[in-house]
Design a protein around this ligand. Structure first.
Ligand code: CTP
Length: 421
């Protein structure tokens, strides 16, 4: 089956993992598999134990031309959860039971499919199916909301006759809706096309002498992830980076800097070019008042004090000079995160601030993951749970995109940004 109006297979060369969980709607996954194959996808099916009570794995095996994976602990399936999810372009679970939604929302991994979700870095599409009373249960609603906030695509269920004999909400989404969600998730998003984004990343080094400096724990991973995501979404990106060990994302222009002063200069020079500034760098707030030109000998400095002075607040300075740029800052906090972040949003004249608690386990400096709270100038507060920094980068860009649209609307009206703050 082809979607109406599609020209040739739309999923050609895409590797899709089709997860099937234990719902009566599991039989519909067979038809979905055939559709995905006819759209050119290479599909691996993963079934839960309860799914196998509804449909035999052999059906999927024969149609997909791949063995069906069912068990985390089978010898030949060693590390299957890693290899399958790492190679997948998308993971689709249809039908997804309430139990599957709960495990995914809570990060539980007690079988192959749920463990795979914990290692997945690709779009995840869940098509739930369950009885109407379950679909509207507050716990299920909470799990759906958590998953959606995290960027997982959770389709709505359809209304109609249910397996219980009742009529209600809870039927698996139509196959065309599932296919469309997969096609949309895999189509390259170009929503930042036409934008020029200035991103800063990494720490700064404030020299004491030729061999010593003051710095902080920033790895640059968050800023680099933003630069990479913005480039992938069509923006022209200039990345002003403090010293990091990271490779430059492809298609991104990099300006390497070391000190806060150099970072300020590089960013100021490109401010007029940019339409958006995202300040993810962890700029050192202090630098030594004097920089020795030769190495300070330790015996000369016993008992001496290192005198420090404040560096400029780059973001506040850029914000004061901006014309129509959207300004996004970060707030690295260890306590009273929301209050401190709100103060910075106002004090630095920002449109959006990404607040993160740098002490949380599994997140913060150097980690590949982070959790954050987005606070925008309209007062909205969005909590994003722990997720890969690349996924977080996309969530930040999507939120900023929304603010740009509301800027456009207000520029047509009162024009609060132009020539202003
Ligand atoms: N920032 C900046 N220049 C500085 C310090 C910070 O541009 N000299 C930017 C950061 O890149 C970040 C935002 O300001 O986007 C907030 O940085 P953060 O370190 O959280 O706060 P500070 O402003 O340094 O305040 P404090 O150290 O008191 O928390």
């Amino acid at each position: 089956m082809k979607t109406s109006g599609s020209i040739g297979p739309t999923l050609s060369g895409k590797r899709i993992v089709l997860g099937v969980t234990g719902s009566i709607a599991a039989y519909k996954a067979v038809a979905l598999l055939r559709t995905l194959l006819s759209e050119g996808a290479n599909v691996h099916v993963v079934m839960t134990q309860s799914a196998m009570k509804f449909v035999a794995p052999l059906t999927f095996e024969v149609l997909s031309d791949h063995p069906v994976s069912t068990d985390l602990f089978e010898a030949h399936q060693e590390m299957k959860h890693l290899s399958l999810s790492e190679q997948a372009d998308a993971i689709v679970i249809a039908p997804a039971t309430a139990n599957c939604l709960a495990k995914s929302a809570l990060g539980l991994g007690d079988d192959l499919l749920s463990t795979m979700l914990l290692t997945a870095r690709c779009p995840l599409i869940l098509a739930p199916a369950m009885d109407g009373g379950m679909w509207t249960h507050p716990t299920v609603r909470e799990h759906v909301a958590t998953l959606r906030a995290r960027g997982t695509i959770v389709l709505d269920t359809e209304e109609g006759p249910l397996a219980s004999g009742r009529i209600g909400q809870g039927r698996l989404a139509e196959e065309s809706a599932i296919l469309e969600a997969i096609q949309t998730a895999l189509a390259p998003q170009r929503d930042w096309q036409g934008h020029r984004i200035l991103v800063s990343a990494g720490p700064t080094h404030e020299p004491i002498d030729p061999v010593r400096f003051i710095s902080n724990r920033s790895s640059g991973k968050m800023g680099y992830a933003i630069a990479e995501a913005a480039q992938a979404r069509g923006a022209q990106v200039v990345l002003v980076s403090g010293p990091t060990a990271l490779p430059t994302p492809s298609g991104v222009e990099i300006i390497p800097v070391a000190t806060a002063e150099e970072m300020m200069k590089a960013l100021s020079t490109r401010l007029a070019w940019s339409t958006v500034v995202i300040m993810a760098a962890a700029v050192a707030d202090f630098r030594p008042t004097q920089r020795a030109s030769i190495k300070i000998k330790k015996r000369e400095r016993i008992g001496h004090t290192l005198n420090l002075e404040r560096t400029s607040d780059i973001l506040a300075a850029l914000s004061a000079q901006r014309t129509t740029q959207l300004m996004v800052g970060f707030a690295a906090e260890t306590n009273d995160m929301i209050a401190h972040a709100k103060d910075k949003l106002t004090a630095k004249g920002l449109d959006l601030i990404v607040a993160n608690d740098v002490t949380i386990e599994g997140g913060g400096f150097g980690s590949d993951q982070n959790a954050a709270t987005l606070i925008d100038r309209q007062g909205s507060i969005t909590e994003l749970p722990l997720m890969p920094k690349r996924t977080l980068a996309d969530a930040i860009l999507s939120h900023a995109q929304g603010l740009l649209h509301s800027n456009k609307r207000s520029i047509q009206g009162a024009n609060p940004l132009a020539g202003g703050r």
